[in-house]
Design a protein around this ligand. Structure first.
Ligand SMILES: [Zn+2]
Length: 255
């Protein structure tokens, strides 16, 4: 199960403890429910518990959830292997939520990416172009595509919500889909969003915009998102299914 709370952020600052042979990052917070998460990219275990939770209760909970934790960690280690790309013909790559086959074409023209056919991404490279350069070529394509999409979305959602930002920038982030600096009115979006459907990009943008009104992921925050994007849970689910996303659920047995 997934909680109703969406996590684009590293939500906790953490204390490392060893429970059985598992390293668990635990924090005691002023919360009602326990939140357990296995986080990408390397399957780190994070646990947030109500302040009065005893160490014994934490141990029991971890023991109870161990099969799930191990399963998630296995999933991430497989995903990590999958994300290592060589940029050769036939490889699968994602763009705007669709899966494409890469078609690498060696030519003397300027290296570039073109998506002309339905199922293929054409990558024009110069002879012997390194994997690193191919990676950068793909990233600059993704970046350009996001830059093409973002202004209209920002414009629309600023008008709709009445919330304005000074800047929306794109960067590579390992654990967050987006961040917002409410003081500077600046939003950062993850480059990886170029691989997801536009509705996911839109959802993260709205999420970050709402942080201009409400800093925390509380009930009010959720209501705000719901107001503008009733189908937000579907988008959250899609992002959680992506290697960057992570599952989390509340348990009520150890309050
Ligand atoms: Zn957030």
């Amino acid at each position: 199960m997934y909680t109703k709370k969406f996590n684009t952020h590293n939500c906790f600052s953490l204390k490392k403890t060893k429970i059985y042979d598992l390293e668990v990052n635990t924090i005691k917070k002023d919360i009602k429910n326990i939140h357990l998460a296995v986080c990408p990219p390397d399957g780190q275990v994070r646990l947030a518990v109500p302040i009065k939770t005893t160490d014994e209760a934490i141990k029991l909970l971890i023991a109870d959830k161990m099969p799930w934790i191990k399963k998630q960690q296995k999933k991430y280690s497989q995903q990590e292997r999958q994300t290592k790309r060589e940029y050769v013909s036939g490889e699968s790559h994602y763009f705007l939520g669709n899966r494409y086959r890469l078609n690498v074409i060696t030519s003397d023209t300027k290296p570039r990416i073109e998506v002309k056919k339905k199922n293929y991404i054409d990558m024009y490279i110069t002879p012997q172009m390194s994997t690193e350069k191919r990676t950068r070529l793909m990233e600059s394509f993704y970046r350009a595509e996001l830059k093409r999409q973002i202004p209209a979305l920002v414009n629309y959602w600023s008008k709709t919500t009445g919330l304005t930002v000074n800047e929306v920038k794109i960067k590579k982030m390992k654990t967050k889909w987006g961040t917002c600096n409410p003081e500077q009115k600046r939003i950062w979006l993850n480059l990886e969003l170029a691989k997801t459907p536009t509705r996911c990009l839109e959802y993260v943008l709205i999420h970050e915009l709402m942080h201009l009104k409400e800093k925390h992921h509380n009930e009010q925050f959720e209501q705000l998102i719901k107001t503008y994007l009733p189908q937000w849970e579907q988008c959250k689910q899609e992002l959680n299914n992506n290697p960057l996303g992570f599952a989390e659920w509340p348990t009520t047995n150890a309050q």
